[in-house]
Design a protein around this ligand. Sequence first.
Ligand SMILES: NC(=O)c1ccc[n+]([C@@H]2O[C@H](COP(=O)([O-])OP(=O)(O)OC[C@H]3O[C@@H](n4cnc5c(N)ncnc54)[C@H](O)[C@@H]3O)[C@@H](O)[C@H]2O)c1
Ligand SMILES: [Zn+2]
Ligand SMILES: [Zn+2]
Length: 374
Amino acid sequence: MKTTAAVLHEMEKPLPYVDSQPIVIEELELEGPGKGEVLVEVKGAGLCHSDLSVINGSRPRQMPMVLGHEASGIVREVGRDVRGFKVDDHVIFTFIPSCGDCRYCKSGKPSLCEPGAQANNAGLLMNGAQRFSRDNRSYFHHCGVSGYSQYTIAVPGSLVKVDSSLPFEHATLFGCAVMTGTGAAMNTANIQAGQSVAVFGLGGVGLAAVMGAKACNAQEIIAVDLLDSKLEMAKNLGATHVISAKDNNPIEVIQDLTHGGVEIAIESVGNAKVLAQAYESTMRGGTTVAIGLPHPDHQFSISAVTLSAMEKTVKGSYQGSCTPTRDIPRFIDMFHSGQLPVDQLLTDTIKLEEINEGFDRLHKGEVARQVILF
Ligand SMILES: NC(=O)c1ccc[n+]([C@@H]2O[C@H](COP(=O)([O-])OP(=O)(O)OC[C@H]3O[C@@H](n4cnc5c(N)ncnc54)[C@H](O)[C@@H]3O)[C@@H](O)[C@H]2O)c1
Ligand SMILES: [Zn+2]
Ligand SMILES: [Zn+2]
């Protein structure tokens, strides 16, 4: 079948993207669904910094690629041997496919699924297939999702079935921003009532972490960003203190506010220097959670002795350490009960044709999440 998709052919084109047009809207061939595959009509797809990082070259990937890894839609066809999904099911995509069978999946850590990571690194579906093409040239998949396309093919391990009453512009946000940010707060950091938390970087992911900290009844939630508009958004989501990193040294302000540091610091910028700031903002015995995805060449530098002498912990968080089939429905319930105001992450809905302008706005930091509605 034919599908209209947004395709990246070349990384590192200059800003602004409205002029350089790194993403091109094209009509592609979409094959499938083959055995063990699902055809999904995409209804919503979000613009996340991890897509921007492919465009600007800090997350190098195979080209040409149909980007988009935060999405939701409706199942239109199921291939042979697919169990658990049927036509008309509403689904949210996860950006790490899970096989259910590797040692990580079997030990309850599907976000670390080995075949899932290999497929994502190769730009393939987990079964090794490439389903998009044009003039007999195969295009690569992004994170097994490729949400910037009217239609896409995914394996069942990339999909979570959800209630059809959830609007797509909200459903979409659970696929990355909420799983990642709220999951980091609730799963990776496992924030306890009364704890003190700092969140560095208030994009869709960081704001979802602020929400998660609030839902865990953290006592102090300190939100840090360069932009005042982001600090305002964090206040509305429950931040008890905000710090402009443009005008202040956030480490000093946090040390002062908390008399020696926070129990948990979360980095959601994607900057190794900010990760070091987060680490230095934690108290003795404190935990730093790394969400951001810096360029693979960047190193994280801390005073080594503090790790032991201050019994500090540094933890990575991928897809919020979530088990998507458990956590997406749980987070949706918390949205419905008012504990996670996920709708506040949505700055705007846009058209597929506006995608380059959308990434200019994300680069400037002036938006939380923008969702393409098809
Ligand atoms: N670990 C995962 O599973 C996972 C999943 C999704 C996204 N990510 C990564 O998380 C990061 C955040 O993603 P996003 O979509 O929310 O990004 P975003 O661009 O929407 O937000 C980043 C925010 O950081 C702020 N910022 C920039 N420099 C700063 C500084 N020095 N100090 C404080 N704040 C600063 C920006 O103003 C912006 O508000 C990215 O690195 C992304 O690739 C990781
Ligand atoms: Zn993302
Ligand atoms: Zn697995």
